[in-house]
Design a protein around this ligand. Structure first.
Ligand code: GLN
Ligand code: ZN
Length: 759
């Protein structure tokens, strides 16, 4: 029975790849040095995996920036604006595509999107009429030589053609990307022919098999794989599905003319039985038993029971064992965590440990590995019974939830009346989304505090000084609703996680987000409880400096959930309710401290949507309920805001309305207020602030531009319910452009107020 991995993290346990890339972009490293870092990392990662006892190692999972970008390059699908003419697509061209800059040249970068429901971002392939495809890189073949030189058994991995096409976008609205399928397949076939006599297995990832397939994808899947299987010749094709159940694609998938199928039995254990009932005799099954999306140690007994069930049906020769998906989504190695809570450490497994678990599953099925199994069992048992995981106080509170705790006491129009009375804002009130520029000084200040180089008193005093400046600046600009600026936060999730019981933190638990960017999600291991106020002092201080309202600024329960590694021993909905109660406590304390407006950001609400549409309703209903539970505690005159940063809104607008926030702000400027169409079709009951300044770019929007965007908004949103604000927080912006853009924004609001009065 073969064990294998589908992919390994590439950033390096010390983020070596990030450092090398950024040095290369700053020209502190030359290309040959960068390429050498890549070779070293690959070799180290292969050896690490090999040493765990896993049989087959992935090759082709490494990338300097993104594997979808590499695939786009390999297929020669470089958009024309990058001026590529050469024989092979070199690294600089790829960085140009990803970043939009290359030396002096600039061009709009390729769009980025989330890789299914993960927090990894891939570069979206572009398709246009007349596009040519041809084999245009050779990295995969070279890397296969590298791994063979190291004397290791390897399996090339590539995202498959159906997923490649499905995850792209047409640059011409009238064009249908599936017209390119034959041309794309021809290049894939050429690749497979070149690999066929050099390896036993070739893995093609088709995660779209766990989603609702489009008509063309469904129609062409089988025929596409007939050609690919023929091209692969003696090498055996393994199609990898992951991130969910095959569901209604099960029969299609089982009918593919390939040698093996990988299935995710962590996300969808229930699919094993129907698969075993129908699996054709020619097909080998690769069982994804170790969670590639989370950091918990595998429950070996449960995994072994699943493997034994499969064994009984198909026998050991037609079984492979693996993690559920690529390990790209988890940190590299637990060994590097020197300061992790000692009780919690044994409950965890990062990429290296997950490889070891995969190998151990293989050994255990062969009757070996008793000691390691016993150790694993003990760790799982300790986690299950730990007092740190289950807190009676939290459980009692959850059991006592009542329907009225989700419901504000007055209707939205009634609340609007009371709030207007209280705040007396001008029409088209101006505000920002929360953060102000995080300068080098602010970052250095937080760092000094963390390292204990300045004391609590001095740190607080320095932050108060920053808050004072930010408030004065906003007053000068003439903004109507102010914020404290969030200088105390490195990150909108980490800050709150650090103030809540039930979370722990790693020092090196980095996961690639996109390119050289990594995130270090907190680990939510147990029942969540707020022990003391988290933001009240900062907000109260900010409010004491001004007559104008200051918004309290919190991260919402769904976003805290989506951007953490979350416990897997209870439903996410339940964990989310605990987070909601913690936020609710803070909301109440802010209100008691005299704060009249409280914004609860739900930046991740939309990305938390399940891959299958049939599951949206259930998710949205608990996600929206969590927001309501967190906020419905306030009095009528307290104004609840929420912020969401994405523009594909249309399908979920009714759910956003059900959140029942008094004011929502959303991203809109990049799409030229496109999202407002959603509000034309659905009469949104509350106030809306469609962002008019795209803060993802340093460009300062001009006054006429802002006026035009506001006019467009005022045609759809009744002006008495329209707010004026940027797309998102300003923490990544510099001060000069911030001041200029906000000045223009306030002016634009003034002009439009004048215009509306005239009418
Ligand atoms: N309040 C947060 C900020 O301004 C919101 C960030 C976000 O939506 N991503 O930074
Ligand atoms: Zn945002």
């Amino acid at each position: 029975m073969l064990t294998h991995t589908l992919g390994f993290p590439r950033i390096g346990s010390r983020r070596e790849l990030k450092k090398a890339l950024e040095a290369y972009w700053k020209q502190e490293l030359d290309l040959s040095q960068l390429l050498q870092v890549g070779r070293d990392l690959r070799r180290r990662h292969w050896l690490l995996q090999h040493q765990t006892g896993v049989d087959l190692l992935p090759v082709g999972d490494f990338s300097f920036y993104d594997h979808m970008l590499d695939l786009t390059a390999m297929l020669g699908a470089v958009p024309e604006r990058f001026g590529w003419q050469g024989e092979t697509v070199d690294p600089d061209t790829r960085f140009f595509m990803a970043r939009g800059v290359c030396g002096q040249k600039t061009a709009p970068a390729m769009a980025m999107n989330k890789w299914f429901d993960s927090n990894y971002h891939y570069l979206v392939p572009e398709f246009w009429p007349g596009q040519q495809f041809r084999l245009a890189t050779t990295d995969l073949f070279e890397q296969l030589s590298e791994v063979r030189q190291a004397g290791l058994a390897a399996k090339p991995v590539l995202v498959g053609p159906m997923t490649f096409l499905a995850m792209g976008r047409e640059t011409d609205a009238l064009f249908d990307r599936w017209e390119h399928l034959p041309a794309v397949l021809a290049v894939y076939e050429e690749i497979l022919v070149r690999l066929s006599d050099r390896c036993d297995w070739i893995q093609l990832d088709e995660p779209i098999l766990a989603t609702d397939l489009s008509g063309p994808a469904r129609a062409h899947f089988h025929a596409a794989y007939r050609g690919l299987a023929a091209a692969a010749g003696p090498a055996r094709l393994l199609v990898a599905s992951y991130f969910g159940a095959l569901g209604d694609n099960l029969d299609l998938t089982l009918s593919l003319p390939v040698a093996a199928l990988h299935v995710d039995l962590v996300r969808a254990p229930e699919q094993l039985t129907p698969i075993l009932e129908r699996v054709p005799e020619s097909l080998t099954l690769s069982l994804g038993l170790v969670d590639g999306r989370n950091v918990w140690r595998t429950d070996m007994d449960r995994a072994l029971a699943v493997a034994r069930q499969a064994w009984a049906m198909v026998g050991p020769d037609r079984l492979m064992l693996a993690p559920s998906c690529s390990l790209l989504h988890v940190p590299v190695d637990l060994e590097h965590e020197t300061e992790l809570d000692e009780e919690i450490r044994p409950w965890l497994a990062f990429a290296v440990q997950k490889c070891r678990e995969t190998a151990l599953l293989g050994m255990a099925l062969a009757g070996r590995g008793a000691a390691a199994l016993a150790e694993s069992r003990a760790a799982c048992a300790a986690r299950q019974t730990s007092r740190r995981v289950r807190r009676t106080s939290v459980r009692q509170r959850l059991a006592a939830l009542k329907p009225d705790m989700y419901q504000r006491s007055a209707s939205a129009p009634e609340r609007r009346r009371v709030q207007q009375e209280r705040f007396r804002l001008p029409p088209l009130p101006t505000t920002t989304i929360g953060s102000f520029p995080q300068t080098a000084e602010i970052r250095a200040l937080r760092q000094r505090y963390r390292q204990g180089r300045i004391g609590e008193q001095d740190y607080r005093a320095a932050l108060r000084h920053v808050i004072g400046e930010v408030i004065a600046c906003q007053e000068q600009l003439g903004l109507d609703v102010l914020v404290h600026g969030e200088a105390e936060r490195t990150d909108m999730v980490e800050y709150f996680a650090e103030h809540l019981d039930g979370f722990c933190f790693t020092r090196n638990g980095w996961v690639q987000s996109y390119g050289s960017r990594c995130v270090k999600p907190p680990i939510l291991f147990g029942d969540v409880e707020r022990v003391r106020p988290m933001t009240v002092d900062w907000i109260r201080y900010a409010q004491s400096l001004t007559e104008r309202p200051v918004k309290g600024m919190l991260t919402g329960p769904v976003t805290l959930l989506c951007w953490s590694f979350v416990r897997d021993d209870q439903p996410r909905a339940e964990t989310c309710r605990q987070l909601a109660l913690a936020v609710r406590d803070e909301v109440l304390d802010l209100e008691r401290a005299g704060i009249g407006m409280i914004q609860i950001d739900e930046a991740a609400l939309r990305e938390g949507l399940p891959l299958r549409r049939s599951e949206w309703q259930e998710y949205l209903s608990w996600a929206v309920d969590a927001f309501r539970l967190a906020t419905a505690v306030v009095r009528d005159e307290t104004q609840i805001h929420s912020h969401m940063c994405y523009s594909e809104f249309n399908e979920i607008v009714p759910w956003i309305a059900r959140m029942d926030a008094d004011v929502i702000s959303i991203e809109a400027s990049r799409s030229g207020m496109e999202l407002l169409r959603a509000f034309e079709e659905f009469a949104f009951p509350n106030d809306i602030g469609p962002g008019i300044w795209d803060i993802h770019s340093p460009r300062v929007p001009s006054l006429p531009e802002l006026i035009e965007l506001l006019r467009r908004a005022a045609r759809v949103v009744p002006p008495e319910r329209l707010w004026v604000n940027p797309d998102c927080g300003l923490k990544t912006r510099a001060w000069p452009e911030t001041l200029e853009a906000l000045q223009n924004m306030v002016k634009a609001a003034g002009e439009l107020r004048f215009f509306l009065e005239e009418k």
